[in-house]
Ligand binder design. Structure first.
Ligand code: UFG
Length: 343
């Protein structure tokens, strides 16, 4: 079978990685997933095949293992690019076990870039976060806003990894990189076959909502209604995970085609719209017809009040725009929860 080329997706069985793998396959790429299954399930590879009709290659190892990484790149030649998702991502946990976060998220990035240099793989897309901005002074936030001191070890790993990538590129390594600063990805593939699969009690809003509606959790706690926002709850820029996945395809293609303006670029990936926690709850109730049990409790430490993206630069440079509405996001998250639980 002829394909457009081989793309490595680290963390390809995870939430965003699996959706990106589906889009890549549907666009004609051959995908090689590297994942250690530390926070995901092997059956996701079957689901990706079910959706796309093509089974991605799956390599189960840890990116901390340099020997395995070297063997992987020796075995697999002509790789066009790497999209790097694999990382630990729970904000609260990163405060409890910072050394794990620093080793896991930073050393894997270093190992990957070293392997790319050695094996002459040029194009790299990095999974960054709007968390690098902290609470911005101006909204919507643009890519030129200052990076603020990180609120957590997790957030700090995103900042340092952007710097590692930028410094590596500046040093003259033959690597080109794009950091995508995601806002809040929610929702699931319309097939209901892949979606967000948190282990244990969810930290994030959307899976907590769907698990509460399903009856796994008793009640959603809304963390604060006394913020300086129109309805008092925090505001975020929620983006459908499939829109986010598509941004990775255009980013890696920008590097492959050489239409990038500099060898290190970063882009906001959001919708440009901010929604409050109450608006997300209303959207869920509207789109699914289900009533949600919730109550307002104290603020959650570390939460910023409000953030949403200025998407002007990303939309123009990438020729990409988020398309799906908040109701499509909340409904697809619910359909995934139902499908997964009723399997
Ligand atoms: N929220 C609730 N109740 C909950 C969970 C969340 O009210 O049970 C509120 C939060 O207070 C916040 C909003 O819903 O206002 C969104 O919270 P999330 O935890 O879903 O996401 P965050 O905006 O806190 O994002 C954080 C980091 C990101 C990281 C993301 C996923 O800032 O960098 O978690 O781990 F990518």
């Amino acid at each position: 079978m002829t394909t457009k080329g081989k793309i490595v997706v680290t963390g390809g069985t995870g939430y965003i990685g699996s959706h990106t793998t589906v889009e890549l396959i549907q666009q004609g790429y051959e995908v090689l997933i590297i994942d250690n299954l530390s926070n995901s399930e092997a059956f996701i590879v079957d689901r990706i095949e079910q959706i796309s009709g093509v089974r991605p290659s799956f390599f189960e190892f840890d990116l901390l293992d340099q020997e395995k990484m070297d063997a992987f790149f020796n075995q697999n030649k002509d790789i066009q690019g790497v999209i790097h998702f694999a990382a630990a991502k729970a904000v609260g946990e990163s405060v409890q076990i910072p050394l794990h976060y620093y080793r896991n998220n930073l050393v894997t990035m270093i190992n990957l870039l070293e392997a790319m240099k050695k094996h002459q793989v040029v194009n790299f897309v990095f999974s960054s976060s709007c968390t690098v901005y902290g609470q911005p002074d101006q909204l919507p936030v643009t890519e030129n806003a200052p990076v603020k001191p990180a609120e957590s070890p997790y957030g700090y790993t995103k900042q340092v990894n952007e710097a590692i990538l930028n410094d590596t590129i500046k040093s003259g390594a033959n690597i080109k990189g794009i950091a995508l600063r995601y806002f809040n990805p929610i929702g699931a593939h319309h097939s209901g076959l892949i979606g967000e699969l948190p282990r244990g009690v969810p930290n994030n809003l959307m899976p907590f909502i769907t698990q509460t509606a399903y009856g796994i959790r008793e009640q959603l706690r809304v963390f604060g209604s006394d913020y300086s926002t129109p309805d008092g709850s925090c505001i975020r820029d929620y983006i459908h995970v499939v829109d986010l996945a598509k941004a990775h395809i255009v980013a890696i293609e920008r590097l492959i085609k050489g239409t990038n303006k500099s060898n290190y670029e970063m882009f906001n990936i959001g919708t440009g719209n901010g929604f409050s926690v109450f608006e997300v709850i209303q959207s869920f109730e509207r789109s699914t017809g289900k009533k949600l049990n919730y109550k307002v409790v104290d603020r959650r430490p570390g939460d910023i009040e409000q953030i949403w993206a200025d998407t002007t630069i990303g939309n123009k440079e990438l020729g990409w725009k988020a398309e799906k509405t908040l109701d499509e996001m909340t409904l697809s998250a619910w359909q995934w929860e139902l499908n997964y639980r009723n399997k």
